[in-house]
Design a protein around this ligand. Structure first.
Ligand code: SAM
Length: 316
């Protein structure tokens, strides 16, 4: 049975479902259903869940995990950039909590055939949704220009030697030896980037960049945040767990943009101030896992949870 250990489970539960409520939870990344089950349990019998995932295999696992809550859960196979539409179709209203636990799951990483990991030999695929067509990592390496590949490696992998990596890919393609397997691609990048010097495998950053590009992950995040905020009921909370700085910046900036503040007016009374105020951060600093959690679950090491609370009625 594939497994996935949810990160920051206690913080997610206490920040998104601090007390039982009647209303909806939307989990945009239901994965193996660990967070969803814990939120449903904490929110009590009057709470319902809309569970989204763009990976059909994850949804099948979540269905099993959430079987105890049958009748209270609607599953939708969709990218979370279509959250508003999914909520409308499912008749969702009064949303009290929304969770986005970004990135890939351990189940996806562990399955060689999904092509996410260079630790397991598989095809250079990396699509989270393998059903809807879309370009694989191999397609992208083959079709994009050297300049575009370098930009992908640099901007989304923060790879210092992005140009070198892109050149190696395009040279291999021209010579008819562009690898179509993850381990062979990792070897090619390893050689191009001059071998291992630190803790990370040299291909790590380029693999991250390819995954972000194949799944348009940052674009998905930019699209879902405003939809999630619109969907929340007054006083509802949006929690986002990110795993690298590119994602975290998007979340942090979005929350800052919409943070409101009550300021006193010289003539008396108060005013709700801010750039586009719609609520406030429920966590001023991101919540991060403690050492024990990182030791037990290495995936947790780079996790950051930020939570935003939509203004209660009458605040804005
Ligand atoms: C880190 S796992 C979530 C684990 C989950 N919180 C749990 O407790 O099991 C991330 C999941 O989000 C899904 N995912 C990532 N990006 C997505 C997107 N844009 N739309 C929908 N699902 C997405 C992945 O397919 C994966 O199953």
């Amino acid at each position: 049975m594939p497994s996935h250990v949810p990160v920051l489970p206690g913080a997610v539960r206490s920040l998104l479902a601090p007390a039982p409520f009647a209303g909806w939870i939307v989990d945009g990344t239901v994965g193996a259903g660990g967070h969803a089950a814990s939120l449903l349990a904490a929110a009590g019998p009057e709470a319902r869940l809309l569970a989204l995932d763009r990976d059909e295999t994850a949804l099948a696992i979540a269905r099993d995990a959430l079987a105890p809550f049958t009748g209270r859960v609607s599953f939708v196979h969709a990218p979370f950039s279509r959250m508003a539409e999914a909520a409308r179709d499912a008749g969702v209203s009064s949303v009290r909590a929304i969770l986005l636990d970004l990135g890939v799951s351990s189940m996806q990483l562990d399955r060689a055939e999904r092509g996410f990991s260079f630790l397991r030999d598989g095809p250079c695929d990396m699509r989270m949704d393998a059903t809807g067509g879309g370009r694989t990592a191999y397609d992208l390496l083959r079709d994009e220009s050297e300049e575009t590949l370098a930009a992908i490696f640099r901007d989304w992998g923060e790879e210092r030697y992005a140009a070198r990596a892109a050149r190696a890919v395009k040279t291999a393609l021209a010579e008819g030896r562009l690898p179509d397997s993850t381990t062979a691609l990792a070897d090619l990048l390893d050689k191009a980037l001059g071998g291992r010097k630190g803790r990370l495998h040299p291909a790590t950053r380029c693999f991250q960049a390819l995954r972000l590009a194949v799944n348009r992950e940052l674009d998905e995040l930019e699209k879902v945040l405003p939809q999630a905020l619109d969907l929340l009921a007054p006083g509802g909370r949006l929690g986002v767990i990110s795993f690298h700085s590119l994602e975290d910046h998007i979340v942090k900036n979005f929350f800052r943009l919409h943070e409101g503040e009550t300021v006193s007016l010289p003539q008396g009374g108060t005013r709700w101030a801010g750039a586009e105020p719609r609520g406030e951060r429920a966590t001023k600093k991101p919540v991060v896992p403690d050492e024990a959690e990182c030791a037990a679950n290495p995936r947790a090491r780079s996790a950051k949870l930020r939570v935003f609370e939509k203004a209660r009625e009458g605040a804005a």
